[in-house]
Design a protein around this ligand. Structure first.
Ligand code: ITT
Length: 198
């Protein structure tokens, strides 16, 4: 059975592929579709955006489709960057610019007020419009500088207290074990395995 993983983010795709390794699913990437539509992520919540991405791509492709909407929620910033995590420093920005902006706005925030969490919502959509969502989080703290070169996005700024390391310093296998994305995808896997049998 084929599963379209509807993400243009190579970091997410690598993690999802690794988490689904050994499953009977054949993973299809967006690069295998001809002229896929640009989905406008204008939802107010991770759930709304995840559903929109999954449903539009399932309808377009005819494949069972998995989409991930995720981001960093920082307590001292009232939940920002949240659903704007990918474009925190502007529409055409990259991870470096986003991390720079976060460090700048967090300047002067005391250590005991630097709590944050990565949130993930995954939507599984069928070409007939059905859609189910799943979610997961991981808590941590925002560092004062970058550390590590693994992962992607805000990983070098996000310290996981249990390990005393940033997400970017942890091997992929450990990130997947504890991350918002790993926790969420493990909730979807039983259904995917069931579907793969038919
Ligand atoms: P797609 O919509 O194509 O999947 P995207 O990068 O635009 O790709 P989102 O809208 O869900 O995806 O934004 C997610 C952003 O949140 C991502 O670009 C990172 O900045 C951040 N993020 C999400 N998961 C992360 C992780 O595991 N580590 C670090 N940053 C993460």
């Amino acid at each position: 059975m084929k599963l379209l993983v509807a993400t243009g983010n190579q970091g997410k795709l690598k993690e999802i592929r690794s988490l689904l390794e050994g499953s009977p699913l054949e993973i299809v990437g967006l690069d295998q579709l001809v002229d896929p539509p640009e989905v406008v992520e204008d939802g107010a919540t991770f759930t709304a955006n995840a559903r929109k991405k999954a449903q539009e791509m399932a309808e377009f492709s005819g494949y069972l489709t998995l989409a991930d909407d995720s981001g960093l929620v920082v307590n001292a910033l009232n939940g920002a960057p949240g659903v704007y995590s990918a474009r925190y420093a502007g529409e055409q920005c990259d991870d470096i610019a986003n991390n720079d902006k976060l460090l700048t706005v967090m300047e002067g925030v005391a250590d005991e007020k630097r709590q944050a969490a990565f949130h993930c919502v995954m939507a599984l959509a069928w070409p007939d419009g059905r859609c189910e969502t799943y979610e997961g989080q991981v808590s941590g703290l925002i560092m004062h500088g970058l550390r590590g070169d693994g992962g992607f996005g805000y990983d070098p700024l996000f310290i996981v207290p249990e390990y005393g390391k940033t997400m970017a310093e942890l091997p992929l296998e450990i990130k997947n074990r504890i991350s918002h994305r790993g926790t969420t995808l493990r909730k979807v896997i039983p259904l995917l395995q069931e579907l793969a049998k038919h």
